[in-house]
Design a protein around this ligand. Structure first.
Ligand SMILES: [Mg+2]
Length: 113
């Protein structure tokens, strides 16, 4: 993918890089375009990034000898997936930090232990 929200350096944020700050930054910069694209097309971008993450994970799997570029790409693809998930959440009015709150409470159904 040529240009993704994840390529914005964290230093562009006025404070710490939190889930809310990242989602807000992506909303601020891309919401008009993201809203016009809508959920179905945005979901396709998201899934494309998941596929790129899958390839990066395979390139860095145990027993492989990834190049420095392939190792750097692994970081990039994790960031791309989170960025596009933020975009999907923005388009659908989901506050990711609030939603993720369930993972901060022990014993909640559906939470991995
Ligand atoms: Mg990518």
């Amino acid at each position: 993918m040529a240009s993704t929200p994840a390529q914005v350096p964290p230093a562009a944020l006025p404070g710490p890089l939190t889930v809310a700050a990242l989602q807000g930054l992506i909303r601020e910069r891309y919401f008009a375009t993201d809203a016009a694209r809508g959920t179905p097309a945005t979901f396709m971008w998201f899934i494309e990034e998941v596929g790129e993450l899958s390839t990066a994970l395979a390139n860095n799997a145990p027993g492989k000898s990834p190049t420095p570029e392939q190792r750097a790409n692994l970081d990039e693809e994790f960031a791309d997936v989170i960025a596009w998930l933020c975009t999907l959440a923005n388009v659908n009015g989901v506050d990711l930090e609030r939603a993720l709150g369930k993972y901060t409470v022990k014993g909640v159904e559906g939470v991995k232990s």
